[in-house]
Design a protein around this ligand. Structure first.
Ligand SMILES: Nc1ncnc2c1ncn2[C@@H]1O[C@H](COP(=O)(O)OP(=O)(O)OP(=O)(O)O)[C@@H](O)[C@H]1O
Ligand SMILES: [Mg+2]
Length: 321
């Protein structure tokens, strides 16, 4: 098996992606795979044509790596990849769309409103924010409708802080998701599918030492405590696993995903979002769940690549078979 690990890209999460990519490439080599790292840049297609890898592992975070764009290009290039197909990625990448589909499937997700920047310009920021505060109770969280690593996210506990939170959010994306902030325990539930029946791995419970599980808390060693197995009652963990499996199934995801949830005081897991290209760094949750399940990260990634290579590359969407 010769694999290319795609990492880097031009998103705000470039550095995280490079760390994920290096870790996956090392783990794959440890599992007997010839793995090379490559950026998603102008040289990629020439490289793929020249080296013709058996399959690609996508360790790109944010933007084209997660919204389906790079996968669509890999389909065009005839390079199979581990992970979800473009159409499913588009659904998962757009948090409001994913939330709507999950709610329809019976999974709890916090009430929210989606506000493109243009709505503010056209209807007036003050009028819109006044209505929002009248309908959604504080505290709220304002975050980009698609994005990662909590970049652009702010918890709003006081109405006066909402406008600045919106402005900050719009510096990371054109559309803001304003969501009820759920107090509780944060869980990440990874799902892997090695044989056509997706399996939820043990959840990771995330406890930042202070404040939000933000960019610094994610990628600075020691700033967050991770518990796996999570310290929650078995029925709560079963409900969280069921929600993650529902997300994987309802959005049509493939191979691997990671669902982020908050469990409130009543034990209800609230769906926040699902990631199609989960972090693979030293402080990322999917590798922790893999270890807790007694699996080897390199062998898992290798097996997903083998499974990918055995799939025929589909023709581009819209072309007659
Ligand atoms: N409704 C909410 N209630 C409580 N906490 C929240 C809520 N929404 C987000 N958070 C917190 O903010 C963090 C980032 O939110 P979210 O997972 O939606 O976005 P993200 O930036 O895409 O993250 P990732 O890097 O995991 O893809 C969460 O990990 C959680 O700590
Ligand atoms: Mg998240």
């Amino acid at each position: 098996m010769r694999a290319v690990v795609l990492a880097g890209g031009l998103t705000f999460e470039r550095e995280v992606s490079l760390r994920s990519g290096r870790r996956v490439a090392d783990a794959l080599r440890g599992a007997g795979v010839e793995a090379e790292l490559h950026d998603a840049d102008a040289g990629l297609l020439a490289y793929l044509a020249e080296s013709a890898p058996d399959a690609a592992f996508i360790a790109l975070h944010g933007g084209p790596g997660e919204d389906g764009a790079v996968r669509g290009v890999l389909d065009l290039a005839g390079v199979p990849y581990a992970g979800s197909a473009p159409e499913a990625c588009r659904l998962a990448f757009d948090k409001p769309i994913a939330k709507g589909l999950l709610r329809a499937a019976g999974v709890a997700t916090p009430e929210a409103v989606t506000l493109p920047h243009s709505t503010f310009r056209e209807l007036g920021a003050h009028a819109v924010l006044d209505r929002l505060l009248a309908r959604l109770p504080l505290p709220l969280i304002v975050k980009p409708a698609s994005g990662g690593s909590a970049l652009g996210a702010t918890v709003v506990r006081d109405a006066a802080a909402l406008p600045a939170a919106m402005v900050h959010c719009f510096s990371y994306g054109d559309t803001a998701l304003v969501e009820r902030f759920v107090e509780g325990a944060e869980l990440a539930v990874s799902v892997v599918d090695l044989d056509g029946s997706p399996r939820a791995l043990p959840a990771v419970e995330i406890v930042p030492k202070e404040g939000l599980f933000d960019y610094a808390a994610r990628y600075t060693a020691g700033m967050t405590d991770y518990y796996t197995p999570a310290r929650l009652a078995e029925p709560v963990l079963a409900a969280a696993a069921a929600a993650a499996l529902t997300a994987h199934r309802v959005l049509g995801l493939r191979d691997l995903s990671r669902t982020d949830l908050i469990v409130d005081a009543t034990g209800t897991p609230w769906f926040l979002e699902v990631n199609v290209s989960p972090g693979m760094t030293e402080t990322s949750m999917l590798p922790m769940s893999v270890a807790e399940a007694g699996l080897d990260l390199g062998a898992l990634c290798r097996d997903l690549l083998v499974r990918a290579a055995s799939r025929a590359t589909p023709p581009p969407a819209g072309r007659a078979p």
